[in-house]
Structures are given as C-alpha cells and as structure tokens.
Design a protein around this ligand. Structure first.
Ligand code: A2P
Length: 314
C-alpha cells in the first residue's frame, strides 16, 4: 500500500519548505517516454520530482505537469520540483536566463529548488541546452571553459533567482566538503541541499556528516546505481529484500531514507515506479542498515570521465 500524502517522510528546509524524502529522478529518461513516466510517478503518489536542463527532457516533464495539474486533484504547491543550472550557464545573468528557460519548459511559474549542477563553468553556448550545444569544444576538441566566472558569481545568480521569485530554495550538486565550506563563507542565502551520488556501494558517510553539521540537507542520487551493475545485484541486498518480502530496489531506497536523506530513483516503467514509491513502507532494522553500510566500496556509478573526460565529482 502506498503511503498517502500526509504519511510520507519529509524534511523541512531552512526556508520552511517541506520536501518529501522519496523523490523521482528523470536523468536518462528518454524524451519519448518521459511524459508517461512522470505522470506514472505523480499518479503513484510521488510529490518530489527531480529535473535538470541537461537531461534534455524538461519539456516532456512539463507536459506531464500540465496534464496532471489540469486534472485539479493535486495542486502545484503539493509537488516539490527541482531543476539545475547547466555548466555553460554559470555567468550571473545566464543563471537567471537558464532558470527562466527551465520554467518555460517545465510549464511552471516557480521552482521549489534550483541547484548548481556541477562546480565548474564552461563557455556559454546558447539556451535551451540541446544535444548540439551542451558543451562547446575548440578545434582540438578541448572543452571551452568559462572565463572569469567563479562559483561565487554563479551563486549570486541563484540568489537572484530567489530574489526574483523564480525559485523558493537553492542548493548545489556534486559539491565536495571543501567547496561547500567555501560556499558557506560567501553565501548570502545558504545552500539548502547538496545532491550527490550515493548508494550502498558508495555511502558518502563523511560528506553526509559534514552536510548535517552545517545544516545542509543531503540528497542521494543514483540510489539504485544508475543502471550499472552494482547495488541492485548485490547478494546482501537480495537477502534482506527476501526477508522483508520486498524488492532489492525497495531495500536500497529504504536504506537511504533510514539515513534521513532524500533519495532519487529513476524508472520509466510504471510497475517499478509504483514499487519504488512504496519503499517507504519498508522499515529496516539498525542491524540491517549497518550491514548495508558495510557494503561501501566507494564505487562511482556515474563517472563523469565517460561524459567529458575528467572526474568532477564531490
Ligand atoms: P528503468 O528505467 O528501465 O526501470 P538510478 O535511479 O540509480 O539512476 O537507477 C535507475 C536504473 O535502475 C534504471 O536503469 C532503471 O531502469 C532501474 N530501476 C529503477 N527501478 C527499478 C526497480 N524497481 N527494479 C529494478 N531496476 C530498477
């Protein structure tokens, strides 16, 4: 049985916004199936949807929001929606432009959360972000880096988005503890969230501890291992799943929730989406959580070397 809206686990962010911990991810969802997947997620009960311009599917996500909200059963304010500014839009005014582009694509008039997607800046190459302009390369195929754009400038752009009423909360993704400490020195509006890869094969306990210490909520992305062989095929996960009469995916999600983090799981299959949403029903014992913690092997399922040739993770 899926939890009802008032039963779901939530976190209250410093702004007072309430974010459901169990979130739905849209990375790697092909455009042609994205609208149906997001609709399935909202119909299953998900009230936290994670998006980004670089996923190249925000317009398809927007079609799902438009359809779902027009039914009138659930209002916009009942769903927590995130997007992220892409590396090529880090200049202060481009951050605001990128935010407005995501709002147009998602068919929304505000975002609940806007994140710096990665902690580095590339040369601006146009909006919207497409397959053709997501990264500009020179004649030697080297990436064209943003000139004179610091992370502080980018953060000012995110603060502008709050001041202009475009977004309610701001935060970061893929930030190491060091970058986060630096951000906390210059932030007028403190980051509410740090969203990083995290699962039982890469538990990020030190980074999570530091986030907790500084009041930055930690969101785990790729909680299922992002389609790579790993956590979903693990024997210990399988055994605990069997004992709980649950699926391995549900155990992985329940582990993240047991740590008080928010989690993002992606699927484009309605049955899995429903199953993943119902993970909140699985209560793991302290012993099971510890057993799962012990699976840590610092495995990167999302290695950015595959995408742009260098590691850039927190
Ligand atoms: P699919 O979209 O075909 O369902 P992550 O959330 O870590 O990025 O992982 C997403 C990957 O896990 C995708 O390959 C997705 O496939 C798969 N997946 C999502 N939910 C489940 C599930 N309940 N059981 C098995 N695999 C799942």
């Amino acid at each position: 049985m899926a939890p009802s809206a008032d039963q779901v686990k939530t976190v209250t962010l410093p702004s007072g916004a309430v974010m459901p911990l169990n979130g739905f991810g849209t990375w790697k969802a092909p455009r042609e199936v994205t609208t149906a997947a997001v609709l399935a997620a909202l119909e299953a009960g998900y009230r936290h949807i994670d998006c980004a311009a670089i996923y190249l599917n925000e317009a398809a996500v927007g079609d799902a929001f438009s359809t779902f909200f027009s039914r009138g059963d659930v209002s916009r304010s009942d769903v927590f929606i995130t997007s992220k500014v892409w590396n090529s839009c880090h200049a202060r005014d481009n951050v605001v432009k990128a935010c407005k582009q995501s709002l147009r694509d998602l068919q929304l008039d505000y975002l609940d959360l806007f994140l710096v997607h990665h902690p580095f800046s590339w040369e601006f190459a146009g909006l919207p972000i497409t397959e053709d302009n997501w990264v500009r390369r020179d004649a030697n195929t080297n990436i064209c880096w943003g000139k004179g754009v610091s992370l502080e400038e980018t953060w000012r752009g995110l603060e502008d988005c709050i001041d202009q009423g475009l977004v309610r909360n701001i935060g970061v993704s893929n930030y190491s503890a060091v970058l986060l400490m630096d951000l906390l020195q210059y932030a007028r509006i403190k980051p509410a969230i740090n969203q990083c890869e995290c699962h039982v094969y890469n538990t990020r306990s030190q980074l999570r501890d530091i986030c907790k210490q500084f009041g930055v909520h930690f969101t785990m992305y790729s909680i299922l291992g992002s389609g790579k062989t790993g956590p979903l095929g693990d024997e210990t996960v399988a055994r605990i799943a069997k004992e709980k009469d649950a699926s391995p995916a549900q155990v992985l999600i329940a582990w993240g929730l047991a740590h008080g983090s928010s989690v993002l799981a992606k699927s484009t299959h309605a049955e899995r989406i429903k199953q993943n949403f119902e993970s909140e029903e699985i209560e793991l014992s302290q012993k099971e959580v510890k057993e799962l913690d012990a699976l840590d092997r610092e495995l990167r399922c999302c290695d950015m070397v595959e995408y742009w040739g260098f590691a850039s993770h927190a």
